[in-house]
Structures are given as structure tokens and as C-alpha cells.
Unconditional design. Sequence first.
Length: 580
Amino acid sequence: MSIWGTGATVDADSDIISKRGIGRRPITLEDEETALSNSSAISYLDRDRRLHELETRAFDCLVVGGGITGAGIAREAARRGLSVALVEADDFASGTSGRSSKLIHGGLRYLAQGDVKLVRDTARERKEVRRETPHLAEPVWMILPSSSKISHLKFSAAVTAYEKLGEVAPTERHRSWGRDELEEHEPALDRDRYAYACVYREYTTDDARLVFANLRAAVQAGAQVANRLRVESFPVEEGRICGAVAVCAWTGQKVQIRARAVVNAAGPWVTRVRDFEAPDSSRGLHLSKGIHVVLPKSILPVRNTVVLGTSDRRSTFVVPRGEVVYVGTTDTSWPGGPDYWPSITRADIDYLMAPLSDYFHTERISAEDCLATWSGLRPLLAQGNKNPTEISRRDEIWEGETGLISIAGGKLTGYRKMARSVLALLFEKLGRRPVEPAEDARLPGGDFDGDIDRMAADLSQRMEIESMVANRLVRLYGSESEEVLSGGAGPLAPGAPVLEGEVDWAIVYEEAACLEDFIYRRSRAAYYEPQWCDAILEAAARRMGGLLGWSSERERAEVESVRSRRHADLDFGVEDRRDS
């Protein structure tokens, strides 16, 4: 049952939403209670109660870090009978876990490095992620173009080995395309230069949405989670960590959390968190910067994900998403410390743009064509003087002097396996036996048969919305799309595909507390609908302000903050920052 009422019609100027529309009324305390009754909501409106719960309960496990690794650990621990708390210093998915290439894949290129176990494990994990959350693990064809028959045969042999390691079903195995197939399925590719292609299955995802799905599943299993709670110390009793002291970024309130065990899953910040236990700890990270650029699909009309070779013998991806295409990623050392917004240079952009004219029938694409960018830091395990492309993507767990469990490295695709590895050590430390779940439940939004196109078509027909809007919604919210719509199906600006109900959903279910949270990490409009961002900012701020009690000055400040952020995303004239 929806928490919102219906009845009012939407703006007749909209050319996206029908005149039938679905209205909404202001959220009340009764609505909030109804929302929380579904047991997976992480509501900003309920934050005081959750902070009180964090401070007054004693937990089996405290997880530090609200990215995909921490979210996966919290979910698996709660489902197996532990009382769990999770805190994140900034916003959920604000670091690496919201800045990836947004692919669920085994890492074909790591076979060439001889990392067979990593490839096998992550290739098999793809199926499990797909089963749990089909809207966030959508099968796509990955195209490996070849300029010669010999290179095509080499690609095919590598993919065959990859598919055997990943136990790929016969119906999903790779195929070979020649000129005719490429003309039909990927006409933008230069077939005179690349007349062959090995085409195999991978999955696209939305990394931040995957984090929120896991966090909500953890809450549904009994966990308590909160963002913008920065750990500043670890109290110790009888030589063992017994919890953490965290500070609320909004109020300055100190929250003392008691826990029998603490897991450090802070990604690029894992070493800094470890320093609270043992300053200058010997195990270090090598931070690698990866950037992506977003282009209009009109100038790069790819239909599938295409793998491009680069001048330094790496690979980059071209991935279509709605009306845009994104290109990435780089893999360069970041000499500074962890950063939520690693700077992007003109050299980064030029590196990604260079192969495009070699592979596609297109006019030369330049930095001026970029609609948006994102950059993130990979927390790789330091391996001597190796450069980032040579460093293994394996994960590693270690335990500190007072019992802090830290995990670093790994890949997005392998987050469930990383969680299970941490839990094995955690249960051993606690002297407990895990309570195995009766079944592997779907993540929120994943409760459908996996046919995402059919679900989008059905949503479009039943709710009388344009197919473009329906396709966008189901790839973000899955089977919960209709609930999102019930909060308000009107566009935030005439013709915009981002809807009013998404703002309400972000606050009530996903602890959004500022405009940046909504634009960048909940709706993903900054990356997937950048051409609409300026048009929707003021309406989104007004709606958030109405629900959160903002003044008009606060609303204007929120809009200006996001506009400044978007401007910085497209400022390529700066050099990389070097944190002290």
C-alpha cells in the first residue's frame, strides 16, 4: 500500500507524464510510520530515533563504511543472526561505490595477468548478483572489436576460458560477428577498420543504487544504519575495541556506539580508520584514480557496450545509458590522500577521447562535448612499485592489535564474497555460529522475473507514462517503481524524466538530506540526465525544502551548491590535487 494519496492532476504542460497523473499530499507522521512499517526504510525524518538506538543498544558488530563492501557485510551479518550497526562518515555511496564503471563483470583482462582465482570467483558472482537484484544486474552484450582474424581468434579463445571459469550457460555464451552483423547491431562502429567482433555477456548496474538496496536489506534484517556519522575514536576495554565514538555532521552530536566487534570497510579511507587503532600501521593502500565522461548519445550512438583498446595497451568501455553514453575508465596513481571528488585533468579527458575516432564513424569528439564527468579512487592493496594497471584487484582482510577487522581491495562484483570472508572471521571472534538464512532473498526492488523490458512496458501502460520514463524508473527502482510514482508522477520540470515522487522516496527511504544527495546519488540525474539537471534543481530543492523544513535561503544555497559542483565536474583546467 502506498504511503501517499492520489487524486490531483499534474501540470498539463508536461509532454512526458499523461494528464491522468498521480498527485500527492504532504508527508505526515502517519505516512512516516506507514513507510517505516515496510521495515527497509532508512528515513532522514526518523534520524533522531535511529541515533538514539545506536547509542542505547549494544551490538555484536559495528561496520564503518557505507559503500558496497560495508553495505554487503551489514546485510549478510544481520541475516545471519548478528545485531549490526553501520555508520558512514559522508553520504552512502559517496566514494568509490558511486564512481565505478557500473558493470557487474568478472574482469576478463585479469586473465592476462594470471589472476585466475579472482576472475573465476567474480565471474560466478555475476549470476548471484543478477538473481538477487535483476534490475541492477541487466544482461548486455559486450563487444570486443578486432581488426584482423587472428586477433579475433585470440579474443574468442580468452572469452571461452572466461566463460568456462564463470560457468556461463550455453545459451549465454559468446558469438562472433562479421561485417553484416556489425552493420545490423552496431552500425556506429567503423567496419572498414574493425571487421570482426567477439560478443559476450556481461551485466550493467548502478553502483550507488546497489549500495542502497543492500543497506535497506540490512535494515530489513534488523540492522541500524546512519550516514554522516564520522568515527573519531575507538574506545578500548581490556585491550579490545568495544565500539566507536562518532560525530554527527549535521548537529555535532557525539554518538557512542557499543559493539563486540568492529569492521573497517572504509574503502580509500581504510588506512585512516586504522590509524585510530594503531597510527602508522604498516599495511598500506595504493590509490588509483578512475574517471568517466558522459557524452550525448546523438554524437556517439552506440547500442551495446563496446571495449576499446588504448595507447597504453589497456581497455576502456563505452556504455550506453538512456539518452547518454559514458566512457571510462582511467587507471592512474593518485599520490594524495583519499578524496570524495578527485580532480579531473585535461589529460584524463584526452586519454578517454583518443580512441573514439579510431573505432567509430563520428566527428572528432572533444572535452567540450562532455555533459558530465565522475571520478573515484580505487583502494588497491599496495604491491611495491607496481603501477595501478599491474596491481591485483584481490581483497585482503587483516586484524589489528586491539581487534579491528579491516578489509580492502576487491571488485564491485565480488562484494558478496568479500562479505562472507569477513563474516567467517567475525563469527570466529565472537564465538558464535551463524544462523543460515532459509533462502537467499531478493534485494529491495528485485522482486520480479528479471524481464526488465516487459516490466517497463507494463509500468508505462498501467501508469500512463512515456516509455522513456518507465525504462529509466525500473532500472533505478525495479519493482518499487510504482511506489515511487505514487509519491508524485509529475516531472520536476516540463518534459523532464526525473519525477517528484523520487524526491519523497529519497528522503523517506534512503536518508537523503540535501540536494546533492538526490541529484548525484539517489536519482543519478547528474550522470544519466545531465541535460535536465539545471532545469530540475530549483523544483527539487523546493520539494525537499517543503518536506525538511528548509527556509528559502537554504533552498537557494542548496541549488547553488549543486550548480558549483557540476561546474567543477567540467573544469578540466586544474592539475591533480596533492593532499597533505
